[in-house]
Design a protein around this ligand. Structure first.
Ligand SMILES: [Zn+2]
Length: 285
């Protein structure tokens, strides 16, 4: 057996516990990965509406324009309950193609509706949802609404107005409904989804992406009210640079003419993975 110098013996004495620590850490990592090994599943309902099933089985519903959406799959359009129990409800702004059926779903599930502060307030003061079901972000803010799930509100360049039929007069009323937003949704296994809401280009998309590092971005491409395919491709290639992207907010309104083919053409040469979806389709991660 070789004789070790004092220096070598000291090195071994220090290295062993470190090696043990590293192997323990690796075991812990494997164990936690095993706990959260379920997949993330996304269902596209049309427009900006998605249902996300988290790795631990929590159901998150965003911008559910279901009964009024022209492209909503019939099994949900004709039966709102078919969407299933919802654990977390997120709304990006008050326009009808986003708030949609959110108040009805909040009440049916007794689920809190999270949204911009000044959108949630009129929902409760007008009696559209009970006060205890409204949860107010402001233009920013982070909440942990479910164990292991973090939601951060981020900027979106758009507007927000609530149009409501007052049952006492049977007339439509317009109510200011705060600032629109997007959401960074971090799931139990650390997978991060950026639902951008409705937005035009703004250069802090770069900051948001560098800071929060989303794995998957849901980006509007329809144009007219939001980015068009070329704007969305510019933002993704120049600023956001995610691993994967799902285009949304097109194909539901004749005014939002942007197409998947135009988006794919504008993204040519990029190594960002485009995941094209049709309404009613699910995809897993
Ligand atoms: Zn919209």
């Amino acid at each position: 057996m070789r004789n070790h110098s004092l220096k070598q013996r000291l090195a071994i004495a220090f290295a062993l516990p470190v090696l043990l620590l590293i192997s323990n850490f690796a075991l812990a990592q494997t164990a936690s990965a095993t706990n959260a090994q379920g997949k993330t599943e996304l269902l596209w309902l049309s427009q900006a509406g998605f249902r996300i099933k988290s790795p631990e089985g929590k159901m998150i519903l965003i911008d559910p324009w279901i009964t009024g959406g022209p492209k909503t799959p019939p099994q949900y359009k004709n039966d709102l309950a078919a969407i299933g129990p919802i654990d977390l409800l997120l709304v990006t702004h008050a326009h009808v193609d986003h708030i949609g059926d959110a108040p009805a779903i909040a009440k049916a599930n007794n689920t809190k509706l999270y949204g911009p502060a000044d959108m949630v307030t009129p929902l409760t003061t007008l009696g559209i949802i009970p006060a205890e079901l409204g949860w107010r972000f402001n233009k920013t803010g982070r909440v942990t609404p479910l164990p292991g799930i973090k939601v951060t509100a981020v900027q979106a360049e758009h507007s927000s107005l609530l149009v409501w039929k007052n049952p006492a007069t049977d007339k439509l009323e317009s109510h200011p409904a705060g600032e629109p937003m997007g959401y960074i949704i971090e799931l139990e296994n650390g997978f991060k989804i950026w639902h951008m809401g409705d937005t035009g280009l703004f250069s802090d998309m770069k900051f948001i992406s560098e800071h929060y590092k989303p794995d998957l971005v849901l980006i509007p491409i329809g144009g007219n009210f939001t980015m068009a395919p070329d704007d969305a491709a510019f933002a993704l290639k120049t600023w956001i640079k995610p691993k994967m992207v799902i285009p949304m907010h097109y194909n539901s309104n004749p005014m939002t003419k942007g197409t998947l083919a135009e988006f794919q053409a504008a993204m040519k040469g990029s190594n960002i993975k485009i995941i094209p979806m049709t309404e009613g389709e699910t995809v897993q991660f």
